[in-house]
Design a binder for this molecule. Structure first.
Ligand code: ZN
Length: 549
């Protein structure tokens, strides 16, 4: 515990100054009214004005010098306790609400120690020689050095506050109810939240990672720093600030997608030309070819369920998952995405599949692996089990969408497809099981996946469309044309994709760049080719892109 009283007689000084200000005001009034009665004459209005000015000057000086000035401070494990001078009262600030300590210059070369709360309120020490105040700040700062659990709690509360301004921001939350903003409460203003995010980021950076006992704790600190940088950035964007595509993706996701030119996709397009010979634009030939592999709506649920069961079976061969994990599937329309996993906590997910557009057979495994096993559902389940429940790391109970965690989430979800179906095992299983379940001719499977493998190599073309569109270099119509030409997206899908750009912006890089960064990391960690243990470590740790390289 740290306790400090600033010159006990200081309170006397506050009162003395207040009394002096009042006396000066009274003298000024007496003088003014005497003058008025004397032969030189002063109008009644001027006398009143003079009195008013004297009182206002005294009051302002008093207010400026002493309002919210404390003359005693005590720092304990739980709170900073202040004794304010006038009016004489105690203020208790829980540690989680102390945003920062700062030294501010005061008159005649002195300094004041400022204690700022997360709601933006400031309390001042009396002025004193600067070195004294620096010492005090250091002692207080050391005493109050936030630990990771406190930063984590403030982070959760902050993310939930941002959610009141941005309905896309909080993707999942299953932590304590009392952290949620009160029902119907007015959202805290954006500029306050921006300041708070900045303070919190500085606090998280100040925690000494060397003091942490193990690798996971060190990763945890980096996690909080990187996530907070993203929260701060998103708040600035909500305030109206705009970044270019590269800077935005670096600040939000901790990564930058490589720039690709038209020429870099040409060789793949040439291969597709020869695989899909005929007249008319390539995209139309591809679209016609693809339409032969659409799963009939009536069989969709059966196909999807079959795919999920297989993905779960294959994942469980390698990962120990809690017995009661499960999810439900819903079919929805009118969304800018094709599927979404809403993690509910308690090892449960809600997976929504968008049926606005026809769903081809390849999407069954893609979605089942990506949204379910070993993708989003498994990632969330393992984080809840290993970090939230076992370690009580509360920050993992909230998932802010526009943050580096999304690169890991989307990257592991996409890479999860090749984890569950390594090598050529996917085609074999689809031909033997899934094509018949969908009522499709299994003889077409080989050629279909030949074509799909080429289209997959065009994934980065989507980033280029987003980059140019969001940087304002091309219009929406041009972005649609680019997606049709270089990403092999039929017009309706390309249009859906530009709506995704509007809503989620540079988030697009998380899918393909994320997958490639995750694959590179897993392969580096598993030189013997045994990928599952490394993949499991990634799925159950706070590791973010900054720790992938
Ligand atoms: Zn996803």
């Amino acid at each position: 515990m740290l306790s400090e009283t600033y010159a006990a007689d200081l309170r006397g000084a506050f009162i003395a100054f207040g009394v002096a200000a009042a006396v000066v005001g009274l003298l000024a009034a007496t003088f003014a009214f005497r003058l008025r009665r004397s032969s030189r004459g002063l109008s009644r209005g001027s006398a009143l004005a003079l009195t008013f000015i004297a009182l206002a000057a005294g009051g302002t000086a008093y207010w400026w010098l002493f309002l919210d000035t404390y003359y005693r401070v005590r720092a304990t494990e739980e709170a900073v306790e202040l004794r304010l001078a006038l009016p004489d009262r105690d203020v208790r600030i829980p540690r989680a609400e102390v945003a920062r300590f700062a030294i501010e210059p005061a008159p005649r070369g002195t300094a004041r120690l400022v204690i700022e709360t997360t709601s933006g309120h400031r309390y001042y020490s009396p002025p004193a020689p600067r070195t004294n105040r620096v010492d005090a700040a250091e002692r207080l700062g050391n005493m109050m050095k936030p630990d990771m659990n406190q930063i984590a709690e403030r982070y959760v509360r902050l993310v939930l506050q941002v959610g009141l301004h941005d309905t896309d921001f909080v993707d999942a939350y299953y932590g304590p109810q009392e952290f949620r903003p009160a029902e119907g409460a007015t959202p805290r203003p954006l500029d306050t939240l921006v300041a708070e995010a900045a303070f919190l980021l500085a606090d998280a950076e100040a925690v000494d990672p060397g003091a942490s006992p193990d690798e996971l704790s060190r990763l945890r600190q980096r996690y909080l720093v990187d996530q907070l940088r993203a929260v701060h950035t998103r708040l600035r964007m909500l305030e109206g600030e705009r970044f270019d595509f590269e800077e935005e993706s670096r600040l939000l996701y901790g990564a930058e997608a490589p720039v690709n030119t038209e020429a870099s996709f040409q060789s793949v397009l040439d291969e597709l030309e020869s695989l899909l010979p005929g007249d008319g634009p390539l995209i139309e030939r591809y679209d016609a070819f693809r339409s032969r592999f659409v799963v009939p709506r009536a069989r969709l649920d059966r196909v999807f369920t079959t795919a999920i069961d297989e993905c779960r079976r294959r994942t469980r061969e390698h990962l120990a998952l809690p017995e009661d994990e499960a999810f439900t599937v819903e079919y929805v329309t009118g969304k800018s995405w094709s599927a979404y996993n809403w993690y509910q906590g308690g090892f449960q997910s809600l997976i929504q599949v968008n049926t606005d557009l026809p769903i081809t057979i390849d999407r069954a495994i893609d979605l089942a692996c990506h949204e379910g096993y070993p993708g989003h559902h498994v990632y969330n389940v393992l984080l809840e089990q290993r970090l939230v429940r076992e370690r009580r790391w509360i920050e993992f109970s909230v998932y802010p969408l526009f943050s580096p965690q999304s690169l890991i989430a989307e990257g592991t979800a996409n890479f999860g497809i090749e984890m569950a179906f390594p090598g050529g095992t996917r085609i074999d299983w689809e031909r033997d099981v899934l094509f018949p379940a969908a009522g499709l001719d299994p003889a077409g499977a080989e050629r279909y996946y030949d074509v799909q493998a080429r289209v997959e190599r065009l994934a980065y073309a989507g980033n280029e469309a987003a980059r140019r569109y969001l940087n304002g270099d091309i219009t929406r119509e041009q972005a649609v044309a680019w997606l049709e030409r270089y990403a092999m997206m039929p017009r309706d899908r390309a249009e859906q994709r530009t709506r995704f750009f509007d809503q989620y912006r540079s988030y697009v890089i998380n899918y393909n760049l994320g997958r490639d960064l995750v694959r590179a990391w897993v392969d580096r960690e598993a030189p013997d080719g045994n990928r599952w243990p490394a993949f499991e470590r990634l799925l159950s740790s706070p590791r973010l892109p900054s720790s992938l390289r």
